[in-house]
Design a binder for this molecule. Structure first.
Ligand SMILES: NC(=O)c1ccc[n+]([C@@H]2O[C@H](COP(=O)([O-])OP(=O)(O)OC[C@H]3O[C@@H](n4cnc5c(N)ncnc54)[C@H](O)[C@@H]3O)[C@@H](O)[C@H]2O)c1
Length: 391
């Protein structure tokens, strides 16, 4: 169980780019990083495109006004001159700026935690991977539910062979918040439906990458061999970006997968659902009921496994925070994910490569694989939804 006790020598000096007052995801980053005050200390920020609003926001967070900056360039330059300058920044800005800000931070010798979808292209990911390697820096990627104890329970059950051989992976992340048109859409929607600011996809990158990464966590032995993606723009002004998509995949061991992402699932308040079907049993987890995992063994009554209970696997109990009596949710998962990234950065600072080899966190490779998956989806969809070999 995690209870906030120190896991690294001292908290990392942390800064944020984006994620300001009007940003949708900024608070999730602060919830994750600051849950344990033993992991990060928020010391600097360029929170907003509107510099004045960004400064005011930082002050309302209780920060030192001297370390609130108009833009990320001033932050990197001024913090670089301080003995107590930031060691790591998080990037919670629209997709198109991730690459530019990540490159600048790495050149300044600062570790990075970046939002998904990481970048627009695999080529950009490879460039960043090389630079991070050269500079000895970590790049973490924020797949929000990757720290949930029941996700790790599913992974442990698959690894132990409790499901038998995995045959089917069934994934869904949908909501109905964009079922109407974009006439009065907020800025957060405008940039998401413009290829120049969102990249080659809308919902596939926005929410589908979460499904893909979590499936990689649970069934890492399965590698996609080929896939077929069918994407639609039900609101025509969003074309060529999709607000709904289906992806069928074949894995190299003969297993198959079906994935549905949508922001036009009218009436649906948003849910992620993961089902892994093996030759002996299945497990299913959804963030609508985050405390419970359904475990169905063929021929036996359905079992509901509850987070935090001693019958769960060690891997799951080790990252439980709330205990079985209380709900374990998204904030707890973000806190785990941020902690694991902090441990990676701390190990890098201390040159502890042995620790890093055995330490799991969503890093640059996880971000790259998400972008690779998107590139393959787009190649298929834009080729008449043809089956394509995964490259
Ligand atoms: N991991 C998750 O669960 C999750 C959830 C939501 C969004 N996201 C991702 O987070 C990113 C941001 O999404 P959002 O919904 O919060 O967007 P948003 O439009 O709501 O907020 C973006 C914020 O960044 C600021 N900003 C933009 N450019 C900036 C710059 N150059 N310098 C400083 N600040 C800048 C804006 O002023 C705003 O505060 C996207 O990449 C999105 O895909 C991830």
């Amino acid at each position: 169980m995690l209870n906030g006790e120190r896991k690294i020598i001292r908290p990392l000096r942390w800064g944020m780019i984006g994620g300001g007052r009007t940003g949708q995801v900024g608070y999730k980053h602060r919830t994750g990083a600051l849950r344990d005050n033993t992991a990060y200390k928020l010391v600097a920020g360029a929170f907003d495109l509107d510099a004045q609003r960004g400064r005011e926001f930082g002050i309302e967070l209780g920060m030192n006004s001297e370390r609130l900056y108009d833009d990320y360039q001033s932050l990197l330059s001024a913090e670089g001159k301080r003995d107590d300058g930031v060691e790591v920044i998080s990037i919670a800005t629209p997709n198109f700026s991730h690459f530019e800000i990540t490159m600048a931070a790495l050149h300044a010798g600062i570790h990075v935690i970046c939002e998904k979808p990481l970048f627009f292209t695999v080529a950009e990911c490879v460039t960043v991977e090389k630079l991070a390697e050269e500079k000895g820096l970590i790049v973490g990627v924020t797949y929000g539910f990757s720290g949930h104890p029941l996700v790790h329970q599913m992974a442990a059950m698959v690894k132990k062979g409790l499901l038998g051989e995995i045959r089917i992976v069934d994934l869904q992340y949908t909501h109905g918040f964009n079922a109407g048109d974009d006439v009065d859409a907020p800025d957060a929607m405008k940039w998401r439906t413009n290829p120049a600011t969102s990249g080659p996809t809308f919902v596939l990158g926005d929410i589908g990458t979460h499904l893909y990464y979590l499936s990689e966590l649970v069934v890492p032995q399965l590698k996609v061999k080929k896939l077929l993606c069918d994407r639609q723009s039900f609101i025509k002004s969003r074309f060529p970006l999709e607000d709904n998509a289906y992806v069928l995949s074949h894995y190299d061991n003969g297993a198959v997968s079906r994935l549905w992402v949508s922001s036009v699932n009218a009436g649906n308040m948003g849910s992620q659902r993961y089902r892994f079907v093996g030759s002996k049993a299945s497990v299913e987890w959804s963030d609508s009921h985050p405390d419970q995992l359904t475990y169905e063994i063929q021929g036996q009554p359905v079992q509901i496994l509850h987070h935090g209970m001693p019958y769960l696997e060690e891997q799951s109990l080790a990252c439980d925070r709330m205990g079985a009596l209380h709900t374990e949710g998204l904030g707890d998962s973000w806190a785990n994910m941020y902690l694991w990234i902090a441990q990676a950065i701390d190990a890098k600072i201390r040159g502890n490569e042995t620790f890093l080899k055995n330490h799991h966190y969503p890093g640059i490779k996880a971000g790259t694989e998400g972008v690779r998956w998107l590139e393959n989806c787009v190649r298929s969809a834009d080729n008449g939804s043809a089956w394509v070999e995964f490259q």
